[in-house]
Ligand binder design. Structure first.
Ligand SMILES: C[S@@+](CC[C@H](N)C(=O)[O-])C[C@H]1O[C@@H](n2cnc3c(N)ncnc32)[C@H](O)[C@@H]1O
Length: 194
């Protein structure tokens, strides 16, 4: 399956559907009302990363969940049989009970585009402790900066140490984008929890 954290107006998901062949279900995780508050001491690119920025509802002028989701589905080109939106802030939605609600399969690709440290650490932490990241899974960070003063790099370093993960770099665009393959995870659950 493909896991996309940070749906906004669906551009990344549309790109994934157009460019990745042969995957199962697509899951999109978002509050749909914009960014949460960042942790203290982490760098922000600017005011466009302030709390509440990137609200899909505002951007699309969609004032009901049904309207918002049907517009996103039309843009992305997948129906409810193969595309599920998980609505809410990651610290509320990403828990063990979510694992019982959906038949999540091991990740082919995880796209991290929540901009902030809190969002990267919550989304990648949930993927790792759920056993959904397996050898061969690809992880893509959309706002990568090679400096742990920035959120995605800080979250990645902390989780790599905590879960004893070995990565292989697939693609690295300096100060913008990083794609990795999980080679081995020493402290992930031994079997998937689904
Ligand atoms: C930069 S936008 C993503 C852009 C998107 N990938 C696209 O293709 O347009 C960041 C998105 O992440 C969501 N987001 C960030 N952190 C979040 C969190 N902790 N919980 C829920 N949603 C979050 C925001 O609501 C916003 O829609």
């Amino acid at each position: 399956d493909v896991y996309q954290f940070g749906v906004y107006t669906g551009g990344s998901m549309q790109g994934i559907v157009r460019n990745v062949n042969d995957f199962g279900h697509l899951y999109g995780f978002d509050s749909f009302i914009g960014l949460p508050e960042e942790a203290a001491g982490v760098k922000l690119e600017g005011r466009h990363w302030n709390t509440g920025a990137f609200s899909s509802a505002d951007a699309l002028g969609a004032w009901s969940t049904d309207d918002l989701f049907s517009r996103l589905r039309r843009k992305i080109g997948r129906g409810p049989d193969s595309l599920t939106f998980i609505q809410g802030f990651f610290n509320d939605t990403l828990n063990e009970s979510l694992l019982r609600l959906h038949p999540f399969q091991p990740a082919l690709l995880v796209d991290i585009d929540g901009d902030l440290y809190v969002s990267a650490v919550q989304s990648m932490g949930w993927m790792l402790r759920s056993g959904l990241l397996v050898p061969g899974s690809l992880v893509r960070y959309d706002d990568w900066k090679e400096d742990e003063a920035w959120g995605e790099a800080r979250a990645h370093k902390e989780l790599t140490a905590e879960y004893q993960v070995e990565w292989r770099t697939i693609y690295h665009a300096m100060n913008s984008y990083l794609e990795l393959e999980l080679v081995r995870c020493g402290a992930c659950p031994s079997g998937p929890l689904f």
